[in-house]
Design a protein around this ligand. Structure first.
Ligand code: NCD
Ligand code: ZN
Length: 345
């Protein structure tokens, strides 16, 4: 018996496309399935102004294969010097769809992030006024906080006080990894949404550490214990409007991942939809995959749902490449650790 599922074409609400040769390698992996993606601004140097975002968008569109339809949704990287007038103009022209807040030092290429949150008050006021969402990497970076506690501590000491100071600001808590993150988003009303990655629905911290260290499962925020993964699956498969897909697909070459100090990031663009179908099927929630991947995100961002569709068909295990050719080196594709039976047709 063939089983198939047709949903509105999905979008990815948190994606790293990089630049140059790496972007050319990974862009088709996303554009094959996804109609739009919120494109992270953590290039070196970061995308900080409207002019930077316009130039980056043009480079993405120039790298897009002619037979693919894809719309990059641009973001700015918040710094302590971000100019509210530039943010307003870039948002009002439709160029940018969010501003990304990285606490300084939280993750890959976040050295220009924010240390003194008082310095961004005027930008946040502007964003609240015009309804422009702030995407936030929700981890504290203080060295005395254990890496597995950084998300929960961020909620209590940074995010919640900030949202009380700016109650109308729309916030996306990105790549939530804990029950605490799920609860905070779920109870936070309609000004907060949470994205969940493919890999955090599938791996817990044992997958990274048991039987040998697996650098391709290392990302930030780091995967937590199994109870947290189960909370994420529950949230993603609930159909609740607050939760939507943000793969955080973040390519690094194998050489950079497989070394004494390996980079953080999981590359999952290639097989995300097949992985998600397995997760949702196992949870008895295939009928809610469309809400998570295609409907809740556009609703939060005030954008229309795609008028295209994507069909998944269940059959023999799907062949997908273990690695793709990246910029002068290979990039390993996320290995869910089980066969994938749903293919995108
Ligand atoms: C991201 C990257 O490589 O740019 N890495 C990651 O582990 N997720 C940065 C980020 O989103 O934190
Ligand atoms: Zn990311």
């Amino acid at each position: 018996m063939t089983q198939s599922l047709t949903i509105r074409r999905p979008d990815d609400w948190h994606l790293h496309l990089r630049d140059g040769a790496m972007m050319e390698a990974v862009l088709p992996e996303t554009a094959r399935h996804f109609g739009r993606a919120i494109v992270m601004p953590n290039l070196v140097p970061p995308v900080v102004t409207g002019a930077d975002a316009a130039a980056y968008r043009d480079r993405i569109m120039a790298a897009l294969p002619a037979d693919m339809r894809f719309e990059p949704l641009m973001t700015l990287y918040m710094t302590e010097d971000t100019d509210p007038a530039d943010v307003r103009a870039a948002a009002q022209s439709g160029l940018i769809r969010a501003v990304k807040l990285y606490p300084a030092g939280a993750t890959t290429n976040s050295a220009s992030g924010v240390t003194d949150f008082d310095k961004i008050t005027a930008v946040l006021d502007t964003m609240a006024e015009i309804g422009l969402p702030m995407c936030v990497h929700g981890e504290v970076t203080t060295p005395d906080v254990d890496i597995f506690d950084r998300e929960a501590v961020f909620i209590d000491t940074v995010l919640d006080p900030l949202r009380r100071r700016h109650p109308h600001l729309r916030v996306v808590m990105e790549h939530i990894t804990t029950q605490d993150g799920v609860d905070y988003v779920r109870d936070g009303g309609d000004t907060i949404g949470g994205t969940i990655t493919t890999h955090h629905l599938i791996i817990n911290r044992n997958h990274i550490l048991v039987g040998g260290i697996r650098p391709h499962y290392y990302c930030l925020p780091v995967a937590k214990r199994e109870t947290h993964r189960l909370a994420l699956v529950d949230a993603a498969t609930s159909g609740e409007a607050s939760f939507f897909l943000g793969t955080d697909s973040a390519p690094h070459t194998d050489a950079l991942k497989e070394q004494a100090c390996g980079c953080a990031g999981v590359f999952s663009a290639t097989n995300t939809m097949s992985c998600l179908a397995e997760v949702f099927e196992a949870a008895g929630a295939l009928d809610r995959l469309e809400a998570f991947a295609s409907r809740n995100g556009p609703a939060f961002y005030g954008l229309p749902v795609s008028d295209e569709t994507l069909t998944l068909t269940k059959g023999d295990p799907v062949d997908y490449p273990a690695k793709i050719e990246g910029a002068a080196d290979l990039v390993t594709v996320f290995d869910p650790g089980f066969p994938l039976h749903w293919s995108v047709s």
